[in-house]
Design a protein around this ligand. Structure first.
Ligand code: ZN
Length: 85
């Protein structure tokens, strides 16, 4: 189950969002809070899209392969609330 934890070593970010955040042009307290991205499958593979700039961030072409994907998540649950962040 270790692979279901956050193992991200190099986040994929929008260069324009990074630039705006770095120059203090947002009131967001973190870059993570500033980014607004769509991630999804395309005919060729996977795409990361910036909602703020309506622009491509990254395209990964699977070149016909079908890599394994695990859509399970480890969401912590309490007695009264469910934290979905
Ligand atoms: Zn952006």
């Amino acid at each position: 189950m270790q692979h279901l934890l956050n193992n991200i070593k190099e986040p994929i970010v929008c260069a324009a969002c990074l630039d705006e955040f770095s120059r203090g042009l947002s009131d967001a307290s973190s870059l993570r809070g500033y980014l607004r991205m769509d991630v999804g499958f395309t005919d060729a593979g996977l795409q990361v899209w910036c909602q703020r700039h309506e622009a491509n961030i990254c395209v990964i072409d699977f070149e016909g392969a079908r890599p394994e994907a695990d859509f399970r998540s480890l969401i912590k649950k309490s007695d009264t609330t469910q934290d979905a962040e």
